[in-house]
Design a protein around this ligand. Structure first.
Ligand code: SAM
Length: 213
């Protein structure tokens, strides 16, 4: 997902600092102040255009959601949705998830969502995959003990790689589906990529894994 620079994006993001937090490093350990409550915090890493995080926030007002996206030209689309939703429990961070532990304290995050992460199929790009062991270290650092990662993708290669990576890391598999849309899983909220690939008939793979005690 790459876009040409949108000149208005920087301005729109600056104008909406209530939703797209400009200085996340200053809120490490203090996200309860930003949300004004002690509700659990769920983050989506690689949030893209933000349908998932915004719709989840609407459906679950007692959970605080934070969408993390690298590209300004992409997160601005998520920001438009958050502004339109006009709800207090969704925030966005325009940052690289490689620096997650600069923004969150140990145990501050209750769940990590990874949706349709970039597959980076070349072996030499393995370290960029959001399910690579260095990212699993980062999620562990910020998650509560026994915190969970919920992952879905249309990419079978990335799914197989990720199951291996989770297993080698010692994560416990709680749930797996090789065809989410024809499974008994309830309450699925589709992402932009999920709409696109499932409409073409591709099965959606999904799993939930948990860090051990
Ligand atoms: N989750 C969305 C969906 O399902 O529609 C977007 C999927 S898109 C393929 C992956 C997104 O992850 C891209 O927008 C990309 O910029 C973002 N991303 C990849 N690596 C990232 C990182 N290290 N930190 C933050 N965002 C990242």
């Amino acid at each position: 997902m790459r876009f040409r620079n949108k000149p208005w994006a920087t301005e729109f993001i600056a104008e909406n600092a209530y939703y797209c937090i400009p200085d996340p490093e200053n809120h490490k350990g203090k996200w309860t102040d930003i949300f004004g409550n002690n509700n659990p915090i769920h983050i989506e890493v690689g949030t893209g255009k933000g349908t998932f995080v915004t719709e989840m926030a609407k459906a679950n007002p007692a959970i605080n959601y934070i969408g993390i996206e690298l590209f300004e030209s992409v997160i601005v689309k998520a920001l438009e949705k958050a502004v339109a939703a006009n709800i207090p429990n969704v925030k966005l961070l325009n940052v690289n998830a490689q620096k997650l532990s600069e923004y969150f304290d140990a145990g501050e995050v209750d769940r990590v969502y990874l949706n349709f992460s970039d597959p980076w199929p070349k072996t030499r790009h393995e370290k960029r995959r959001l399910t690579y062991k260095a990212f699993l270290d980062l999620y562990k650092e910020v998650l509560v003990p026994q915190g969970e990662i919920h992952f879905k993708t249309d990419n079978r290669g990335l799914f197989e790689y990720s199951l291996m990576s989770f297993s080698e890391y010692g994560l416990l598999l709680k749930y797996v589906s090789l065809d989410l849309h024809n499974s008994d899983f309830e309450g699925n909220i589709m992402t932009e990529y999920e709409e696109k690939f499932s409409s073409k008939g591709f099965p959606i793979y999904r799993c939930e894994v948990k860090y051990p005690e």
